[in-house]
Structure formats: C-alpha cells, structure tokens
Design a protein around this ligand. Structure first.
Ligand SMILES: NC(=O)c1ccc[n+]([C@@H]2O[C@H](COP(=O)([O-])OP(=O)(O)OC[C@H]3O[C@@H](n4cnc5c(N)ncnc54)[C@H](O)[C@@H]3O)[C@@H](O)[C@H]2O)c1
Length: 468
C-alpha cells in the first residue's frame, strides 16, 4: 500500500498529526504497537492519572471538608478495585474515541512495531512475528517516551514501581516513597496521600517542581504538607532501593552527604522520562539519536536530516507534554501539505494536577533575572478572593510578570483552585501580546477564580489591585 504519510505511534502527537494530515487530503496510515490507540497519555499517563486524581479528591473532600459544609457521612470507605475499574472505563472511552476519529477521517491503522527498511519503506512486525511492508512519501515519528530508570535501582514492578504500575495498585500503600518531586511524583503521590497513605517525597533538587517559577514549588510544598501530611526530603540523592516481601528500603545521601534510609511498602520511581526510539530501525536511514536523552535530532521545521522524515513530541527536544506534541503534529501535517504554520514554544503552558493546581506560561522570575530583563511583578492571593472563600480553596496565588517599560506580559504563574483551566486566559493574552493593563481592564465575571488573574495583572501594572 502506498501512502502520503505514515505516522509511527498513536499518542497525542501521532493521532492528532494523522487526523490533520487526513483533513488536508493526504492518504494517511498510523502504526501502533499496542492494541489500543492513544499512547502513554490516554493509556498510562494524563487521562488515567486524572481519573484517579478525581476519585481521590472526592474521597479526601468527603473525609476532610464535607463536615465544614455541614455534610456528615458515616462509614466512608474507598473501594480501590472500583476506583481502578472506573479509571479503566475512562481510558476505554477515550481510546475508543480515537478509533472512531480514525474511521471518520479514513485513516488506515496497523497494529505492530513500525521500523524503517529505507526512507520510503516501513516494515510492520506484528505480535505473531508476521511482517508487512508499506511505502510512503513522508513519515512522522511519534513514538513518545518511557519512564527513566536509575541504573543502580532495579524496578521490580511490584513494590518498586513506575507511574504505569502506580495506576493499577490493588491497595492503598501504608507508606509510599516517591523518588523525584516532579510532576508525576507529586500527582501520583497526591492520589495515595488523599486516600490515606503516608507519602515521603525524596528529591535531588533544592525544591519540588524545580523547573517552574520558584514561588510555585514553595507554596505547593507548604500546602501538600499541611493538607495531606506529605513529607519532603529535598537535596537528597537517592543511592539505591531494595524490596523484600512487602517492605521497600530506599537509601539516599542528604544535603550534608550523610547516609539516610527510608522504609515503606511501595516506592514510585519518577525521575523523568526518556525518548523511545527502540526498534525503529533508525540506523537504516542514517539517523542517530542524541546521546543524552536519546532524542531524535530535528531542525526548526521538525524534519530530521532525512528529507520527508519528521519527528514530534517526547521523542524530540523540548517539554514532554501532550499538548506540545499535539501542536507539533499539526505543524508537521501542515508543513507536509505546503502550509507555513508556527509554534511559539514560549507559550506552551505547564500544569501540575495536584490540589491546588499549578499552572504556568512564559518566563519565570528566575529566567528573567538570569537574562537581565527588567520586569514588574504583581501577585494576588486566593485568600482575598470571594469565590475562593466560598469554596474553601484559599491556598495559592497568581503572579503576573510584565516588562518594566512596555508592560507586556512576560510570564504568568499560578497555584490555586482550577489553575489548570485558568492558565488558558494568560496564554491567549500573551499570544496577542497583551500588556498587564490589558488583562486588568478586561471585565471578569464575579465571583470567579479568574478575577485573581485580573487582580494580579492590576498589581503588576501599577500596584492597583482592588482587593489586596
Ligand atoms: N501534568 C503534566 O503535564 C504531566 C504529568 C505527568 C508527566 N508529565 C511529564 O512527564 C515527564 C516525566 O515526569 P517526571 O515527574 O518523571 O519527571 P520530572 O522531570 O518532572 O521530575 C523528575 C524529578 O526527579 C528528580 N530526580 C532525578 N534524579 C533523582 C534522584 N536520583 N534522586 C532524587 N530525585 C531525582 C529531578 O530533580 C526532578 O525534580 C516530564 O517531562 C513531565 O513534564 C507531565
């Protein structure tokens, strides 16, 4: 079969690329090695983790905040099996949605491992070993990433686990040790802490979510400790972990170089992800992944050194985020169709789905300082928000950073209720190069959490916040 485009991998990058290619009239096929579409995000990442975060949030609220609303419950229980079954149903609904979209857009799909025979021929190796070859003008590699393992720390998938296994536990851990205070560790740590587990986070850096604006990590750590009792061991370098029966022992060096150890019943290793290029046959087309991170090198148009072969998402440079991969998928599809699309990498928002949620776009204060840029900062605390008081979600703040001379918004960083959704307003504003005053002059419905962004923008403009 001859195609215009073959997409290898059906995660958010790959399936979106395929749909856009088909919309543009290109004959398109997708090769996926698993039996369901959607990649990490839909099957073992974004979607299932959000399903568990929602269940655990309901449980935690029922156990801890309902009483303040005058709602009393007795005999509150969590049925872990049911929680996992519901999560599986959410996954099934989402992956079925992609099957439907492929059919609707007349995209052919093949189950098996796709690999390059040459730049125009892709071999599919099926589960039973049978092979089939397809020819194509273009290829989009969208094979994503997998959890990084620490070389000295074997993952047994029973007690020492990755995010994948953490989505399928059959019980609430008594003491969950989380290695890595990044996005995955804090989201999955939150799930089990809300269900009653003691959670200890061991992090190498001096703060959690250390690549985000510094104020966010500090506030998140404070709230997670206060509301969920999570404990944080920062500046700790993990040196090993062993599992014996139901017991896991993790060893580390603290910030003074002293050996310390932690004992728990489960340990999640969440120290990042690495690009997945195994079995692609890249050597057959002369592509060598970068030594660090295994990423496929691409130019500014996301094309590899081989004409007509593109790569998108986690398998190339940049943030490992589903929405970044999606935008890149659309970008490449439109390039292949002869259009001139554009992605502004500075405006890709980052979100952590803890509670309070954390969300960010643009430059952090640390980056602005390092670049020697003169900026103004305005913050607004949810403590002063009427909407937040009504819902009892008064932790967190919104911070707007604006150019000291032009007032153009350079970065927005927020931690608070529904920040994941609220950040979209900041992205739109920055896309249109709004000034802080522009945001401050836009009418925001009252009472809403979004008023906090308006107030922070006013504070940045001229210390003009009304309710601070
Ligand atoms: N909400 C979201 O958008 C979302 C959710 C999940 C995952 N992801 C993405 O998936 C990727 C992987 O997530 P992640 O949380 O595994 O990685 P991460 O890069 O977010 O965090 C890993 C953390 O582990 C720490 N670390 C590394 N080695 C260590 C060691 N030996 N001892 C102690 N700490 C150590 C790092 O300092 C870092 O803080 C990220 O790129 C993330 O953006 C995004």
């Amino acid at each position: 079969m001859q195609y215009d485009v073959i997409v290898i991998g059906s995660g958010p990058g790959g399936y979106v690329a395929a749909i856009r290619c088909a919309q543009l009239g290109l004959k398109t096929a997708v090769i996926e090695k698993y039996s369901t579409f959607g990649g990490t995000c839909l099957n073992v990442g974004c979607i299932p983790s959000k399903a568990l975060l929602d269940t655990s949030e309901h449980y935690h609220n029922a156990a801890h905040s309902f009483a303040t609303h005058g709602i009393s419950l007795s005999n509150l229980k969590i049925d872990v099996k049911k929680m996992i079954e519901r999560k599986d149903d959410v996954i099934a609904q989402n992956t079925a949605g992609i099957t439907y979209l492929f059919k609707k857009n007349k995209i052919d799909s093949y189950e098996g491992v796709g690999s390059f025979v040459n730049k125009n021929t892709i071999k599919i190796t099926k589960k039973d070993g049978a092979t089939e070859e397809l020819t194509t003008k273009n290829v989009i590699i969208a094979t994503g990433s997998k959890p990084t393992a620490l070389p000295f720390l074997p993952i047994d998938k029973q007690r020492i686990i990755t995010s994948t296994e953490a989505l399928n536990l059959s019980e609430v851990p008594k003491h969950l040790i989380v290695i890595g205070g990044g996005v995955i560790g804090l989201e999955l740590g939150s799930v089990y802490a809300r269900l009653g587990a003691k959670v200890s986070v061991i992090e190498y850096a001096k703060s959690i979510i250390s690549t985000m604006d510094g104020g966010l990590g500090k506030e998140l750590q404070r709230v997670l400790k206060k509301s969920l009792g999570m404990e944080f061991f920062l500046g700790h370098k993990v040196t090993g972990a062993t599992a014996k029966g139901k017991k896991v022992t993790v060893t580390a060096e603290d910030s003074k170089g002293q050996a310390v150890s932690f004992e728990g019943d489960y340990c999640i290793v969440s120290v990042g992800r690495v690009a997945y290029t195994k079995d692609l046959g890249l050597e057959n087309i002369g592509i060598t992944p970068e030594e660090r991170g295994n990423k496929i090198p691409v130019n500014d148009h996301l094309e590899t050194a081989v004409e007509g072969i593109y790569a998108i998402g986690d398998v190339i440079k940049g943030a490992m985020l589903a929405h970044k991969a999606e935008d890149e998928g659309i970008y490449v599809a439109e390039r292949i169709a002869g259009q001139k699309p554009h992605i502004d990498y500075n405006l890709i928002p980052g979100v952590v789905y803890t509670w309070p949620e954390v969300a960010s776009v643009g430059q952090t204060e640390e980056q602005l300082k390092e670049a020697g840029k003169k900026y103004k900062s305005g913050s607004f605390s949810f403590k002063a928000s009427g909407r937040a008081k009504a819902s009892g979600d008064t932790d967190g703040f919104v911070k707007v950073l604006a150019d000291a001379e032009t007032d153009e918004v350079l970065g927005v960083h927020m931690i608070g209720p529904r920040a994941a959704d609220m950040i979209a307003e900041a992205v739109v504003a920055m896309e249109y190069r709004a000034s802080a005053e522009d945001i401050g002059r836009i009418c925001h419905a009252h009472p809403t959490f979004t008023e906090a962004l308006k107030e922070a923008a006013l504070a940045a403009t001229a210390n003009r916040a009304i309710h601070a």
